[in-house]
Design a protein around this ligand. Structure first.
Ligand code: DC
Length: 225
């Protein structure tokens, strides 16, 4: 039996996490937060004192990750590395920046590929990331590419970080967002690009509920639900 997968790709701060979570909840499907896997790999590398330029060590760390995800409060996931709660450690700006570096390492992406594909379990999977529709699940019956202006994404990120007690100026966030976008878009392996058959949604000035409605309507039209 083919497990239906809805992929949600796009740049950081466009609202992919919110959309993926609410979509998975509305459909009763599983969810894959692939960015968290890159963040956990970066965290594990930094924690063990590995050099972020040492590709072989990074790939070995990615291949051996003893990571588990546990549903927590509304919309939140507890992420454990070898039983240690690292949920907030992986959400910092510095871990995000390290994740972007680690994610450009080809052997790391290869090491994480099968782990991601195994997440496709009945009744279905919502897969959130950058290359879900292009590389990991190329046969997915519904592919979303969610984007928004850099300003709107910086504002969204600032709000998320403030909720976690991390204060960063909008100008600084805009700078890191543009820097990270450039790295994610220009890397040789799995660059951030919409799949040819993706439905592109611009969430600038659009509510999360309206984006969810659009995707649910599309899923119904394609008889996924
Ligand atoms: O979505 P996020 O901010 O948690 O992602 C962290 C980093 O990982 C980001 O720089 C992009 C990268 N990433 C990736 O290269 N491929 C994915 N499928 C998911 C995330």
């Amino acid at each position: 039996m083919t497990i239906p997968v809805i992929t949600v790709d796009g740049p950081g701060g466009a609202g992919k996490g919110t959309l993926s979570y609410s979509l998975a909840r509305a459909l009763g499907w599983h969810m894959l937060d692939s960015g968290a896997l890159y963040r956990v790999t970066a965290f594990a590398a930094l924690d063990s004192g590995a050099d972020l330029a040492d590709e072989a060590t990074l790939a070995a760390i990615a291949g051996d990750l003893d990571v588990s995800f546990h549903p927590a409060a509304e919309g939140l996931t507890r992420v454990e590395l070898a039983g240690r709660d690292i949920s907030s450690d992986i959400r910092t700006e510095s871990c995000g920046a390290a994740a972007s570096v680690v994610a450009a390492v080809v052997p790391v992406r290869k090491a994480l590929l099968e782990r991601q594909r195994r997440m496709a379990q009945a009744p279905g999977l919502v897969a959130d990331g950058r290359d879900m529709g292009t590389v990991v699940f190329p046969d997915a019956p519904l592919k979303i590419y969610l984007t928004a202006s850099a300003g709107a994404r910086a504002e969204r990120r600032q709000k998320q970080l403030l909720e976690k007690g991390e204060s960063v100026t909008l100008a600084r966030l805009l700078e890191t967002i543009e820097e990270r976008d450039a790295r994610d878009r220009s890397r040789a392996e799995s660059p951030l690009v919409p799949a040819d058959d993706a439905l592109v949604i611009d969430s600038t000035g659009v509510s999360a509920d309206a984006v969810l409605d659009t995707v649910l309507r599309e899923a119904r039209q394609r008889q996924l639900v």
